[in-house]
Design a protein around this ligand. Structure first.
Ligand code: URA
Length: 434
């Protein structure tokens, strides 16, 4: 087989055989296919799409690119949750402890920032000392004691996704249904979970801008899971403004910590309760969804989920005191206020622009090898639907280097739309698939 022929066939709309897909994934994982050819292949998939047969094989090849975790020796139902990516989406940091506090075993593997969206692993690594590259032995031991672990991709679990993910991030090949579905499902299935809850984001800050595409992505992922005998549920949720108020790594850890102390933003809290409830329900810990919601709410209010978060941070080398004392987290050195140019209602906050602006000041990467600045980001002062006066503060940019602050400030100004009429309220949870 020649890689160039496979790129060409995909580019021209042809279908690849299972063997051809495995050849590409295995060759890339072993370092035999170079980044430039894989980039061309990803771009061909972006434009020419894939059949269900191709997506299933791509997922399987990526899943088998490393070890498959066998968690059967750990008692309890193993459930994970994954988001397709949004802005200000720190739900995993809250949902995983909420579910684990109810007895669900949660081996959650996150990603790094992708495109304009943030990544769970980058957020967690802003906690001093926190490590997410646990070995298989370490993660099994931690699941048996704490019931929860936060993992990043290693060379052991779904390494093909780790490599493809960072390549897609810098080659404009993220927003593709087959590539997102295979990325998410390969690493989740390699974790050895029994069930999975997916948060499929739709809107200006999501990779899927239209609900019909988000539904299709949800259906493809639910289908892959079903074919592998896993219980999978997907929620389609609104990403037409950042979730909560904080965007940026350490800033999001702070907001997650407040949310786990029942003092978080209403939208974030509501979504986290719903996602955790679905995990508790698919784990068969509660007989109904209503009962599962009640358990999740109780774990939030009585502090047991917050305690679980602190336990997992401590178990992974992080300083749990930083979750109470934010001075121990990385903090920015400069702040810039963005004021409303006129009075009116905030009709829209373009979440993609907010994510891009946060990346400009260092919250994300432009190139694979870039490092991020965990301290920087944006805190919204208002949300869509709120009334503002001329000169009211809309948000603050927190930075440590001045170089791109001006450019980022302009992007953020454009992100806020102010109108004379009060906008219609948007639903946060739009659909359930599976
Ligand atoms: N999350 C992932 O893990 N992969 C994607 O491709 C998008 C979101």
């Amino acid at each position: 087989m020649r890689t160039v022929d496979l790129i060409q066939r995909k580019r021209d709309g042809g279908e690849l055989s299972p063997e051809e897909i495995s050849y590409l994934v295995d060759g890339y994982t072993r370092g035999e296919i170079p980044d430039y050819q894989m980039s061309a292949f990803l771009m061909a998939v972006f434009f020419a799409n894939m059949t269900d047969r191709e997506v299933s094989r791509l997922t399987e090849s990526m899943m088998h690119s490393g070890e498959m975790l066998d968690l059967s020796g750990i008692p309890g139902v193993k459930v994970d949750k994954h988001s397709t990516g949004g802005v200000g989406d720190k739900t995993t940091l809250i949902v995983a402890p909420l579910a684990a506090a109810a007895g669900v075993i949660v081996p959650t593997m996150g990603g790094r920032g992708l495109g304009h969206t943030g990544g769970t692993v980058d957020k967690l690594e802003s906690i001093p000392g926190m490590r997410t590259n646990l070995s298989v032995e370490e993660l099994k031991a931690q699941l048996a004691t704490v019931g929860l672990c936060f993992l990043s991709q290693t060379s052991e679990l779904a390494p093909a996704d780790g490599r493809l993910y960072s390549l897609r991030d810098v080659t404009a090949t993220v927003e593709s249904i087959p590539l997102i579905a295979s990325s998410i499902m390969s690493k989740k299935l390699a974790e050895g979970v029994d069930a999975l809850v997916l948060d499929v984001k739709v809107g200006n800050g999501a990779f899927m801008k239209k609900q019909v595409d988000a539904r299709r992505l949800a259906q493809v992922m639910v289908g892959i899971g079903r074919r592998m005998d896993k219980r999978v549920q997907a929620l389609i949720t609104d990403m037409n403004q950042p979730l909560g108020y904080a965007v940026g790594n350490a800033l999001e850890v702070m907001e997650a910590s407040q949310t786990l102390q029942n003092a978080g933003p209403a939208d974030l809290t509501r979504l986290c309760i719903e996602l955790a409830a679905r995990m508790i329900f698919v784990a068969k810990i509660a007989p109904s969804l209503e009962e599962a919601r009640r358990i999740a709410e109780k774990n939030l209010v009585d502090g047991s989920a917050y305690k679980k978060f602190k336990d997992v941070v401590a178990a992974q080398g992080g300083n749990p005191l930083a979750l109470d004392n934010f001075a121990l987290l990385p903090n920015a050195t400069g702040a810039r206020e963005i004021a409303s140019p006129r009075a009116g209602y905030v009709s829209l906050i373009d979440a993609e622009d907010i994510g891009i602006a946060a990346n400009m000041i260092g919250a994300g990467r432009d190139k694979k090898e870039d490092s991020i600045d965990p301290a920087v980001g944006i805190i919204l002062e208002v949300k869509a639907g709120e009334k503002v006066e001329a000169g009211s503060i809309l948000c603050r940019l927190y930075y440590t280097k001045e170089d791109r602050v001006e450019e980022a400030a302009e992007k953020v100004e454009d992100a806020f739309h102010i109108s004379a009429q009060r906008p219609e309220e948007r639903e946060l949870i739009l659909e359930v698939v599976g």
